[in-house]
Design a protein around this ligand. Structure first.
Ligand code: ADP
Ligand code: NA
Length: 340
């Protein structure tokens, strides 16, 4: 049996947004009470697409500040950035040699992120799921809390673990691991909103990489910005329905009601019982007020932390040291098992 352990990460490629918060971060905070947790700022994933170096350094601190402000407690959990633990890259190479080209060819996120000019995408962007598998497996993590968009990458992680366990079965057993070396990691996709959509297009997920800043609510947005973005959010001309099935085929309305329900910690039916039949404008005002109320303490704490970069850096340094103890032990076993 494997010791239960949680791992997850976010890319420092810009501000964290409401999707990251409701889809992942809220769950991460919750799981600290029941599990050993390791939370990473995946900076090496960020450079799979061009990043301005000075901005990247700032973004690593910003994401860390958002983690802490949202409630990650460095005394309970390990909080660190990926590039400071070289075993991620080291195991990443072994994963590259276990994973099959056909597996990567099926990944839909690469197709979305590479766009039309696929020949000009970085090799790293293509290989991203292998590094992600290594991030998880280097801690032999059993649970990974993520948003819905990461489901396919986690399936690949399981495939890598399973193939490694099969390919090296005799060596793994000889080393004393009778249940296989890597656990078959389970995704935990159960945040209050596992797929928050863009405010400008109800068919696209809210993302850091969306060109329009009006598409997302950032955790750093002030009250005015939040109110303006909610007011400008795309809707259809119909009033809100009074029951959830009335949201079918109305992705923008469904998204906004879902965000309200997640922030208020209420079922969608309860939100519609209150706002159904009414005009969108009144609902939007209530949604903006709720978002401001929920996000402003987080926002204030983030600002305070960003005013104390020495503290943030110290958290990351301490986290990296603790992470490395686990990662280097895994890597020593992996090398022995593989014959390196
Ligand atoms: P982004 O896609 O915005 O660049 P990341 O790839 O760094 O964000 O994802 C960090 C975490 O946030 C992952 O667990 C991912 O599943 C989750 N996440 C990202 N966008 C959303 C969204 N729109 N709704 C729910 N969860 C999301
Ligand atoms: Na993502």
């Amino acid at each position: 049996a494997f010791q239960q352990r949680v791992f997850s990460g976010m890319q420092p490629t810009g501000n964290l947004h409401l999707g990251n918060y409701l889809g992942a971060l809220v769950n991460w905070v919750r799981m600290q009470n029941t599990h050993e947790c390791i939370y990473c700022v995946v900076d090496m994933h960020a450079i799979t697409m061009w990043q301005d170096p000075a901005a990247l350094k700032g973004a690593i601190r910003e994401v860390t500040a958002a983690y802490l402000a949202a409630g990650l407690d460095p005394n309970k959990s390990i909080v660190f950035n990926q590039s400071k633990v070289p075993e991620h890259a080291e195991l990443g190479w072994v994963v590259n040699c276990v994973a099959r080209l056909g597996w990567l060819n099926r990944m839909t996120q690469f197709k979305e992120k590479a766009g039309k000019d696929r020949e000009n995408a970085s090799v790293g962007l293509y290989d991203y799921p292998c590094l992600m598998a290594a991030d998880i497996l280097v801690y032999r993590a059993t649970h990974v809390p993520v948003g819905e968009d990461q489901k396919q990458h986690l399936e690949l992680t399981r495939d890598v673990a399973q193939k490694f366990n099969n390919d090296f079965k005799p060596q793994i057993e000889a080393a004393g691991f009778l249940d296989g070396f890597f656990p078959l990691t389970e995704p935990v996709i159960q945040g209050p909103a596992t797929r928050v959509m863009s405010l400008r297009d109800g068919t696209k997920k809210m993302s850091k990489s969306d060109a329009s800043d009006y598409a997302r609510i950032n955790l750093t947005d002030d009250a005015d910005a939040i109110a303006q973005k909610v007011r400008k959010a795309k809707t259809d001309p119909e009033p809100l329905p009074s029951e959830p099935k009335g949201l079918d085929g109305r992705p923008e309305a469904e998204n906004l009601v879902g965000i309200y329900a997640a922030l208020a910690d209420q079922p969608v039916a309860a939100v519609l019982a209150e706002f159904g039949g009414g005009q969108f404008s009144a609902f939007k005002t209530a949604l903006a007020d709720l978002a401001v109320t929920k996000l402003s303490p987080l926002n204030g704490e983030m600002r305070r932390l960003l005013g104390d970069p020495g503290y943030v850096d110290a958290v990351l340094k301490d986290g990296a040291e603790r992470a490395r103890v686990i990662a280097s032990e895994t890597m020593n076993h992996v090398k022995d098992i593989v014959g390196l």
